[in-house]
Design a protein around this ligand. Structure first.
Ligand code: SF4
Length: 428
């Protein structure tokens, strides 16, 4: 049978889609583009913002319209929290943000027996990490490996802990085996990801630090570039930095989630650090790995954020000098404490603050790129884009060359200049 996938959201959701594709392919089924008539469709949904909800619902309607007789399967975080509305939209099979293997079995049963199924266990009852096949059916350039699920931080604006449940970690030997398998399959880069990666190992019968996992994976697959998903500032200690500085194949790019540069706002967000602790994390990383890229996420327009608070955030962005900042206007999520807070900021004000923050972020990114001019970096080439061949350096800066560079090959280049999305270079 032929199945089409539509995936929203984070790297963990993308990883789980790739795993579900593998589960179907292993049973002899084929994966087709979502807009083609298929026997079945899987919409892997997201609920991190109101837009995520809306796009998830629209994708269900699109599949229904494209092939009215096909079996529609809906899973992921939106379905986890809104299973009945997913079913009401016309989904035949509804699963949540976990139990992906069972979801695929229910989907295949629905295809053969025309039997609908809604199976969405309470996320808060989950205790075990679901092992899924790693790697994708498509290219062999960069693979994601989900090593952690769930979150117990309950930041006041975030719905994810309710959709994903408590922290569950992949056992270290399983992660090592998966990394070895991906290296043997020809991948050049592996991204260790999770819902809250910094919590990896805290739930294991014998708790382990994240550095144990990172070191084991890097040493098990020395030919792989290993990149880390989003980290919390509390993870970055002197011990953490000493451990990672000893790993030559760990990519020097750290996505250190900030969310606000104002201490009062960070407290209202229930974030577990202040700007002083964040600054210290950045200092430790830059001391241990000079020139490393610090990237981040920022929420603007959090309830109660005043112009003065926001000015502190802009000043902090300038001070740190991020290589990249993902700017998000605050999205009110029903069921979170922040949704009930006074001082909700208008859509116009949020858009204005997002524009100003993006401007500061673009200046810092350009400064970071400018410092790369004249340096030599190994680039993992991924694709042709018009007259350019593009890939990423270990610091995750996008590199553009004009000479032919084969996909999924690492080549050393000399950086020659700046461009809109990164830097230009010539092959050495
Ligand atoms: S750390 Fe905070 S923002 Fe991240 S998933 Fe957990 S609750 Fe959400």
């Amino acid at each position: 049978m032929k199945f089409g996938f539509y995936t929203l959201g984070c790297k963990v959701n993308q990883y789980e889609t790739q795993a579900m594709e593998q589960l179907l392919a292993a049973k002899g089924h084929t994966i087709a583009p979502f807009d083609e008539p298929c026997d079945g469709y899987i919409i892997n949904t997201c609920t991190v913002t109101a837009t995520g909800d809306k796009k998830s619902r629209n994708a269900v309607r699109r599949a229904k319209k494209c092939a009215p007789d096909a079996v529609i399967g809906v899973c992921g975080c939106y379905a986890q929290l809104h299973a009945q509305s997913a079913a009401a939209l016309g989904a035949d099979v509804v699963g949540g943000s976990g139990e992906r293997t069972e979801f695929i079995e229910n989907l295949l049963r629905a295809c053969s027996l025309r039997q609908a199924a809604v199976s969405v266990p309470d996320a808060m009852t989950r205790r075990t990490f679901e092992l899924l096949p790693a790697g994708s059916l498509a290219g062999r350039t960069r693979a994601m490996l989900k090593v952690e699920d769930g979150c117990h931080n309950f930041c006041s604006y975030c719905i994810i802990p309710y959709a994903r449940g408590p922290v569950r970690s992949m056992a270290l030997p399983d992660a090592v085996r998966a990394a070895e398998g991906l290296a043997a399959a020809g991948y050049h880069e592996l991204v260790l990801t999770g819902i809250e990666l910094s919590s990896w190992g805290t739930d294991l019968p014998e708790p382990q630090p994240l550095t144990a996992l990172i070191s084991a994976v890097c040493r098990a697959a020395p030919a792989l570039r290993v990149r880390l998903g989003s980290l919390e500032p509390r993870t970055v200690t002197a011990e953490f930095c000493a451990a990672i500085a000893a790993l030559p194949n760990l990519c020097p790019q750290f996505h250190l989630s900030l969310q606000s540069g104002c201490d009062r706002t960070l407290r209202e967000m229930h974030r577990r650090y202040d700007t002083a602790r964040y600054r210290e994390s950045v200092r430790l990383l830059r001391d241990a790995l000079p020139g490393c890229a610090i990237t981040t996420d920022l929420i603007v327009g959090f309830p109660g954020e005043t112009e003065a608070d926001f000015a502190q955030t802009l000043a902090f962005l300038q001070e740190i000098g991020f290589a990249a900042v993902h700017v998000f206007p605050y999205s009110r999520r029903a069921g979170t404490p922040a949704a009930k807070m006074d001082g909700q900021v208008t859509r116009e004000e949020k858009a204005d603050r997002a524009g100003r923050a993006s401007k500061v972020a673009a200046q810092s990114a350009a400064a970071y790129h400018r410092a790369m001019i004249g340096t030599q970096v190994p680039v993992l080439f991924e694709q042709a884009e018009g007259v350019w061949y593009t890939g990423h350096a270990p610091n995750y800066v996008k590199v553009f060359v004009q000479e032919q560079a084969a996909q999924n090959q690492v080549r050393t280049v000399t950086v020659t200049g700046l461009c809109a999305q990164g830097v230009t270079a010539v092959l050495d």
